[in-house]
Write a protein that binds this ligand. Structure first.
Ligand SMILES: Cc1ncc(COP(=O)(O)O)c(C=O)c1O
Length: 449
């Protein structure tokens, strides 16, 4: 492609992206056309001859990218939103444009340094120990997989403890890594949907008495369902007493710890042996990026380092980091550029303010619901950006119907979930662009649907 054409198409793409951001509030929060219509617009025979790049960009933007959940929409309250910031998008674009690789020091000392710096900045914002090391992966699932492989390499095989509120990708990770079914010990939660330390301690004792080898406890800092935070300090005490690895899944909620209010809700976070966060959820990054932190120096390399002959030239001086030795990924793009770019552009203070706004939004939603007790029952209070509630007298089918009616209009995306088998509606309010009016109107529309 000629340079002028590259420029022209590149600027067009920027225009499409900025136009999308400017129109976001007025466009649907979620959209899905039929499989037939999508296949018709996007499919067809393999293009053998060159085509029109302008038309292709338009089709991608107006068909493929329109038909999805818009996680960065201010009224996208379903599951976990993804309110990506523009400076982060810039970092992502630049990295892709330069075909960046962050695998070895010799083959990518610049991007590797950016990743070292970004991991350090994140660890500092979260209050993790100085010696913490980390690596960026595609998201929470792969970051926890990396942590579990490390835990087993460091500690040996044995039973892992978690709760029925642990995100289902974590037991899947354990199964993928070969944990046997009888080494997966799922515990019931307390009335606040948190891990119960007394139950955990009793389960460890009972398993030991039966000849099992307890090895790891998986706590959650912010469950997907309710935002509940397990009592990390008490769990850390139990882990210390029994020499168990403590993994904290903070994929959703641990970014709350960059604010004073959130940090106070998570004492013990810094005692984790491994911690996972998902910057593509609550740290304003486009998909994909998850971070795996391990507080034992060298543990990631002890688990993942390889030394094939053909990589000898790029694995240089001692003291440098080869990120291909810190996870199961060898060839890997730089996911750190967007973090570096956005932290440098906005500063940590703006990140803190944006996270605090998400926490306050859920508190506003809870207060609004409480103003109408004849209609709404708050089931779990606002907890780091999540509130769950029920329409008085409604069953699961009715909740699902109302969530679907509101989502089908495109005004907002809302989902229901089950708590102890009982249906609730749920709002996750972590987009800092969400207004109080967005929240009021969404709740009113759920009530009227
Ligand atoms: C608490 C929690 N853990 C783990 C995950 C999995 O993360 P990912 O989808 O980035 O793999 C999620 C996803 O929503 C989550 O909410």
């Amino acid at each position: 492609m000629e340079a002028e054409e590259m420029r022209r198409l590149g600027y067009r793409m920027v225009d499409l992206v900025v136009e999308n951001a400017l129109n976001r509030h007025a466009s649907p929060a979620i959209q899905a056309d039929t499989p037939e219509a999508l296949a018709q617009a996007l499919g067809g025979p393999l293009p053998e001859a060159p085509g029109d790049a302008d038309a292709a960009l338009d089709t991608l933007a107006r068909v493929a990218l329109a038909n999805m959940q818009h996680g960065d929409h201010p009224r996208y309250f379903a599951r976990v939103p993804g309110p990506a910031s523009f400076a982060a998008v810039l970092g992502e674009w630049l990295g892709t444009g330069f075909n960046t690789i962050a695998t070895s020091w010799g083959g990518g000392s610049g991007p590797s340094t950016v990743e070292l710096v970004a991991v350090r900045w994140l660890a500092e914002m979260l209050g993790l120990p100085e010696a913490t090391e980390g690596v960026l992966l595609s998201g929470g699932s792969l970051a926890s997989l990396t942590a579990f492989a490390t835990a087993r390499a460091e500690m040996g095989p044995g039973t892992a403890y978690f709760t029925d509120q642990t995100h289902s990708s974590l037991p899947r990770d354990l199964r993928l890594l070969g944990w046997a079914a009888d080494e997966l010990h799922m515990l019931p939660v307390d009335a606040g949907y948190r891990m119960d330390p007394a139950r955990l301690a009793a389960a460890i004792q009972a398993d030991r008495a039966r000849g099992r080898t307890p090895r790891m406890v998986i706590a959650t800092a912010g469950t997907t369902n309710t935002g509940a935070i397990d009592p990390l300090d008490e769990i850390a005490e139990i882990c210390a007493a029994h020499d168990l690895w403590l993994h904290v899944d903070g994929a959703y909620g641990a970014p709350a710890a960059i604010t004073a209010q959130g940090r106070a809700l998570m004492p013990g976070l810094a005692r984790a042996d491994s911690l996972v966060i998902d910057p593509h959820k609550w740290l304003f990054q486009p998909y994909d990026v998850g971070a795996c932190f391990v507080t034992r120096p060298g543990a990631l390399e002890r688990t993942f380092a390889m030394n094939p002959e053909y990589l000898r030239d790029v694995k240089t001086a001692p003291g440098t980091v080869n990120f291909g030795d810190r996870s199961p990924e060898l060839s890997r793009r730089s996911r750190a550029l967007k973090l570096w770019m956005s932290l440098t552009t906005y500063g940590a203070g703006r990140f803190r303010a944006a996270v605090a706004r998400g926490i306050a939004n859920a508190e506003f939603a809870e207060n609004y619901l409480r103003q109408n007790p004849a209609r709404w029952q708050v089931v779990t209070p606002a907890q780091i950006g999540v509130v769950t509630f029920a329409l008085v007298g409604a069953d699961a089918a009715e909740h699902a119907r109302r969530a679907k009616v509101v989502s089908d209009t495109g005004y907002a995306a809302v989902t229901s979930t089950l708590l102890n088998g009982v249906s609730v509606l749920r709002l996750c309010t972590i987009n800092p662009l969400t207004t109080e009016d967005d929240i009021r109107q969404t709740i009113d529309r759920l009530g009227a649907a």
